[in-house]
Design a protein around this ligand. Structure first.
Ligand code: R5P
Length: 293
């Protein structure tokens, strides 16, 4: 029986590509708000006995999560064989410890909530710093896709003489992997975050790379403060204006415009979150991961 793809509103582009790659039917989903802002959900396609794949990227997660839970619960009630959530961007991963007494560890609570409603999870580069694997948080089987090979491929095809620049020492392994695959040298910054929008970075001496094109890489671009501060430092050197490449185009408020205004030559992201900067397509890698499930 062909799998059934439920495309959460806002995920049409990646959802259609995935359905095509997987030979899945696209479900007829109706979602609307009642006048009191409660949510109406209807799945008007047969789910019984089928693998139901729900595609919902989870940036700006809070208003999305309750309707998503209604959808996965409904699919179970309609006797789906399995309900697989494809969340190209997985939210609430950065609050992964109690930094101050009394703080909620949102990554754990969120994982508990989602794991209760789904049979399996597929995601791309979840922000794993204090956890080694999603299995430490999620109680359902999870497939993690890494965007590093796709980013490296893009860098190799588009940039002559790149110098890969990573945001902090925690990400060094990942940055080194991107650089190795792109046959480029790399440097990593020292980063101190003092608040949501208060980031300080120090850039190592890069003058010896004067003939190289700096390419800043990061997993998430949210406020873009990390990239903006790095762009500012690099502009004081003799290197060309940097190109910024991110996996997840979260771009809070006007972060994308601010990054361009700070002097980024080009801003490029993968399509885990639909955004005008998307140039790197992850859908084939996601389809392969769903097939492995
Ligand atoms: C942090 O550890 C992440 O890897 C990113 O560097 C961070 O999330 C970027 O956030 P922002 O764009 O708000 O500086």
């Amino acid at each position: 029986m062909r799998p059934l793809m439920v495309i959460y509103p806002g995920n049409e582009s990646i959802g259609r590509r995935l359905a095509e790659a997987l030979g899945a039917d696209i479900a007829s989903l109706t979602m609307r708000q009642f006048p009191d802002e409660e949510t109406y959900v209807r799945l008007a396609t047969l789910c019984q006995g089928r693998d139901v794949i729900v595609v919902a990227t989870l940036d700006r997660p809070n208003p999305k999560v309750l309707p998503l839970l209604f959808i996965v619960d409904l699919a179970h009630e309609l006797r789906a064989h399995r309900v697989i959530l494809v969340a190209p961007y997985l939210a609430h991963m950065r609050q992964d410890t109690r930094f101050n007494p009394g703080e909620a560890v949102a990554s754990r609570s969120f994982a508990k909530l989602l794991s209760g409603g789904i049979d399996a999870l597929v995601t791309i580069d979840p922000h794993l710093h204090r956890y080694e694997a999603l299995a430490e948080l999620y109680s359902v089987p999870a497939q993690v896709i890494h965007a590093a090979p796709l980013m490296a491929e893009w860098i190799q095809a588009e940039i002559e003489q790149p110098l890969v620049v990573g945001p902090d020492s925690e990400s060094e392994q990942w940055v080194a992997d991107v650089a190795r695959r792109a046959s480029a040298p790399y440097v990593v910054l020292e980063k101190t975050r003092r608040g949501d929008r208060d980031v300080e970075v120090s850039v190592p001496d890069v003058e010896c790379w004067r003939n190289r094109q700096p390419v800043l890489v990061d997993d998430i671009i949210s406020t873009a403060r990390t990239m903006i501060e790095t762009v500012r430092h690099l502009k004081r050197t003799d290197l060309p204006a940097p190109i910024c490449v991110g996996v997840h185009a979260v771009f809070a408020d006007d972060a994308h415009r601010a990054l361009r205004s700070a002097g980024a030559e080009r801003v490029v992201t993968t399509n885990t979150i639909a955004h005008e900067s998307n140039e790197i397509d992850v859908s084939d890698a996601v389809a392969a991961a769903v097939e492995r499930m």
